[in-house]
Structure formats: structure tokens, C-alpha cells
Design a protein around this ligand. Structure first.
Ligand code: FES
Ligand code: FE2
Length: 349
């Protein structure tokens, strides 16, 4: 069961050109296309006649034509032409999806309620800002999207999963601070005098840094890691910031779409650095997808799992998702999490 009445990321804007583009979101097969004016539309990817995927058809003018018997649908979902008859039955019309574009991403509203405005996540602005440079990659993963959220929220795995990119003993060893709000989970690691990970070493050409790292979750499947780096002992030196996104959208209960990318506020025109970062992010995401797919493959609901202290952020995110899934009002997650935390601590003592 997926969280309903939410905006989900469906694609990067440039993934969808004029021709039909199929993507399954929350078990719903959707076809996206653009009109000649570039306007985006999304319809059920199923012809009401013989259920052929409309994405197998083509765009004719501003309409989508079915590949089988040529029925045509307008961007609003109305059936406007049936080649073999002049009468268009009422049932031939399609219910279109509400879509929107922001910061280079395509969003689709999933749910029966009237769409709200797009989620206000100012952190996404770096994706379309001139003061930052970066790029986003797409990946498909055979995992529940929530395992992806767990992966991004809990950085203690980097030493073991990413030995040649973002591995850092300091991340695993760092004390974490957890901040939970109704619609946000944030876990902070402060790492003074940290030995540089291979990726930061390659980028910054130094061995040691002072780093603060925030791993953040916002529903439904949006995570990112904010990193602030300064050079130890250098007063008024450069402050380097990166934001690494992991944006997850459920495809089915056990598969998901993922968009990932690192945006930086320095060396904006440095193409080799952009190339290096893109290659390192690709490798890191491949490694994350592999380990999460192992978790998915091996998962058995009947086996009790052992929670570690580092899982508190993941558990808090699950609580928010559970609340949204049950349509419960906000204000409960933080309170319940505090309750759980004191319960945990009582047991730890
Ligand atoms: S299946 Fe689409 S027109 Fe017949
Ligand atoms: Fe990772």
C-alpha cells in the first residue's frame, strides 16, 4: 500500500521528450508525453478498447494515438477520434493525471483527492540554481523504496559499501544528533579533523577536513546529504558545500525508481571535476542499489530484526510514512518518536 494523495517524482524533465514515455508509479502504469508546445501531460497507459499500452502508440499533433486500432486521445484524456466509427462512447475518455515540473523534475499526483500544490522543499533549488553545479542520474532498483530511504539516512554503511568513493571511518564512528519534525528527519554528524574519503581527497586535494554532514528525509521518498567542509586550522578559508540527493519513488511494493546527484557550490566551471563527481556518484549508487537489493531478496517479515542506535533516524522516517499512509494528522510523529526514544534508552541502561 502506497502513501496516497501525494506528489511523486516521476522523471527528470529531460527524460520526457515529445514521444510517449512509460513509467509505473505506485503500481499505476502511466504514459507521459509532450504537446508540440512542450506542455507535459500524463494519462493511464492502457487503451480503454483492448488495453494495449498507449505508450506503444505515437503522438500525432497534440494527441496520443493507440498502436492497435488508432483511437486518439487529447492531452486532457478525451477520446477525440475513433477511426472505425463516428460515435465516441463516454467510457472511451481517460482520467488524466495531474503533473507539474519544478527544478528539472516531473512530478505526478497519486491519489483520488484534489491535488495540493507541489511540496515546498527549498533544498531542491540547487538543482536549477546558477550558484551550483551538478547532475542527476536515474537508476532502477529491485527494492522497496523505503530501503533506499534507510540507506541514505544511515551513513554508517559508507566504510563498508563504498571503499573507493565515500568511505570514512569518521562517519561510522561519529556521534549522531537526531532532529525530528512532522515532515522531516535530520541526522547530523560533526567530524572535526576527519581523514578525507577517497572522493573528497580527489576533489579537494587535501588529506584532512572538518566536516559537518546532515542526512535529511522528507516524505514521501526524498533524501539528501548536506555536507559542509572547511579546512582545519585555516581561518576565513573556503567553505565548501555539497548536497547529494537520493530521491526515491515506488514503482511496485518491491521495486523503485531512484534519482541521485551531487550539487556543489565551488569549481563551477571545472568540467573534469564534474566528470569525476558524476562517475563517483554512479559507482556509489550502483553499490547502494546492490546492497539494498540483497536486503530485499533476503527479507523475511517473520524474522525479528535487531535495531541499532543508528537506525533511529530510519525508524522516525518510517513513522512519518506510516502516519501519512494512515491519513493521520501531523503532530504525532515527533511525539511518538520521543516516546520510543525514551523507551529505547530505558532498555539500553
Ligand atoms: S486497443 Fe487501442 S484502439 Fe483498440
Ligand atoms: Fe551508500
Amino acid at each position: 500500500m502506497f502513501v496516497q494523495n501525494q506528489w511523486y517524482i516521476a522523471a527528470l524533465s529531460h527524460e520526457i521528450e515529445q514521444g510517449p514515455f512509460a513509467r509505473k508509479i505506485c503500481n499505476q502504469q502511466i504514459v507521459f508525453y509532450r504537446t508540440r508546445g512542450g506542455e507535459l501531460t500524463a494519462l493511464p497507459d492502457r487503451c480503454p478498447h483492448r488495453q494495449v499500452p498507449l505508450s506503444k502508440g505515437c503522438v500525432v499533433g497534440d494527441n496520443l494515438r493507440c498502436a492497435y486500432h488508432g483511437m486518439e486521445f487529447s492531452p486532457l484524456g478525451q477520446c477525440v477520434h475513433i477511426p472505425s466509427q463516428s460515435v465516441i462512447p463516454e467510457r472511451a475518455h481517460l482520467q488524466r493525471y495531474t503533473v507539474a515540473e519544478q527544478h528539472g523534475m516531473v512530478w505526478v499526483w497519486i491519489g483520488k483527492e484534489h491535488p495540493t500544490k507541489l511540496p515546498d522543499i527549498p533544498e531542491f533549488a540547487v538543482c536549477s540554481s546558477k550558484e551550483h553545479v551538478g547532475s542527476m542520474l536515474y537508476a532502477h532498483a529491485n527494492t522497496d523504496y523505503k530501503l533506499g530511504v534507510d540507506n541514505f539516512l544511515d551513513a554508517s554503511h559508507v566504510l563498508f559499501v563504498h571503499p573507493s568513493t565515500v568511505a570514512s571511518e569518521a562517519v561510522t564512528a561519529a556521534r549522531t544528533e537526531l532532529f525530528v519534525k512532522d515532515d522531516e528527519v535530520r541526522v547530523r554528524r560533526t567530524m572535526p579533523g576527519e581523514a578525507c574519503s577517497p572522493m573528497f581527497k580527489a576533489i579537494l586535494k587535501v588529506d584532512t577536513i572538518d566536516r559537518v554532514q546532515d542526512s535529511v528525509f522528507r516524505p514521501v521518498g526524498h533524501t539528501w546529504i548536506d555536507t559542509t567542509v572547511t579546512l582545519p586550522g585555516v581561518e576565513n578559508g573556503p567553505v565548501i558545500r555539497t548536497r547529494t540527493f537520493g530521491l526515491f519513488t515506488p514503482e511496485t511494493e518491491s521495486t523503485c525508481h531512484l534519482w541521485a546527484g551531487l550539487y556543489r557550490n565551488f569549481a563551477l566551471d571545472h568540467a573534469p571535476m564534474s566528470q569525476l563527481v558524476a562517475q563517483q556518484i554512479q559507482q556509489t549508487i550502483d553499490e547502494d542499489v546492490r546492497i539494498c537489493e540483497e536486503v530485499q531478496r533476503n527479507w523475511d517479515d517473520s524474522v525479528p530484526i535487531t535495531h541499532l542506535v543508528v537506525d533511529k533516524a530510519c525508524l522516525a522516517a518510517r513513522q512519518i510514512l506510516r502516519r501519512l499512509g494512515e491519513g493521520r494528522p501531523s503532530g504525532e510523529s515527533a511525539a511518538r518518536f520521543r516516546q520510543m526514544e525514551s523507551h529505547d534508552e530505558a532498555h539500553a541502561r
